[in-house]
Design a protein around this ligand. Sequence first.
Ligand code: NAD
Length: 356
Amino acid sequence: MEKHIVVIKGDGIGPEIVTEAMKVMTKTAEKFGHTFHFEEVDAGGCAIDKYGECLPQESLEKCLKADSVLLGAVGGPKWEQVDKNNRPEKALLRIRSAMGLYANLRPAKIFPHLSHSSPLKQEIVEKGIDFVIVRELIGGIYFGAHETVTQQGEKRATDLMAYSEQEIERIGRTAFETARKRGSRVISVDKANVLDCSRLWREVMHRLSSEYPDVAYSDMLVDNCAMQIVKDPSQFDVVVTENMFGDILSDEASMITGSIGMIPSSSLGESTNGMYEPIHGSAPDIAGMNLANPIGTILSGAMMLKYSFGMQQESQAIEDAVSKVLDEGFRTGDIMSEGCTRVSCSQMGDLIAARI
Ligand code: NAD
């Protein structure tokens, strides 16, 4: 197969980690007889510096035409004072929205070699952590009207949360289909005891669940879910939830796995292209030092092969190579522990590519 992949290296550690992912993906393509054409485009802080805007039209058009998009990270202290509509992070919201990427899949999985890095007690970790959060990505309160008005000398702010049945149904389907490829269990998370949006969410999810009798379905309130993730994460397989709840719960879920540098994510829509990125930010504190952990970005590349290109074996080859390198005791600084060999960002990429 021949694939055209748009690459947004972005800011901070973005260029370092994406370079390593491209190295591993190129090796995988060679090994399995594919050709990946990578095209770099500017978005985020670096685009503000070059063009005065976080997402030049040309970059967006290239993303829309690509077979898939790989992103490092955007943002940093340098652009904190930029107008809120031109902040580096706005580039991502615009790309997701223009590409119609309504589903964000974030795995929370503990690598056996790194179980001691989890802040949870070992007896909880030993029961296993392996679930996916399916977060609605382009609706809800982040996309509703935001307003701050001054009334009688006092400021008052409102943010509107809205969901339609169709928006809920399409993310619900993603969750049920994802569960069919995993452990066949879906837990839908809402705040139906308080919010109308959540009551509609629950109604639609129940309706949908009758179409998937092979998938075990239940509801959970978001406050309980936040507790259950730290109390007994082994109970979860697929968690589906709206945008803001998903934002918060997926950060909590990644935290319990021990390293922010290890976790990939995918954002998908109706078509097979999509955007793939590690869950962490641009890590300005270690940018340009060749210290970053590229594994989250490398595994994002593996997710792209699986979900956008249907390359199951190729994706598995990358996951196996990562496991092998960890088995052999190689670690970047963020996951370093006694008795292991410390390597740089580029060395980690070389080691993984060599094991494909
Ligand atoms: P961050 O994820 O960049 O960093 C948090 C901590 O984790 C830092 O100590 C950092 O060194 C470490 N870290 C992160 N990724 C790492 C990796 N791959 N290897 C080793 N260590 C790693 O979060 P932050 O400091 O809150 O944000 C920094 C900037 O990134 C901000 O401008 C923020 O807006 C932006 N951001 C961007 C995205 C994105 O592009 N999707 C996501 C989150 C934050």
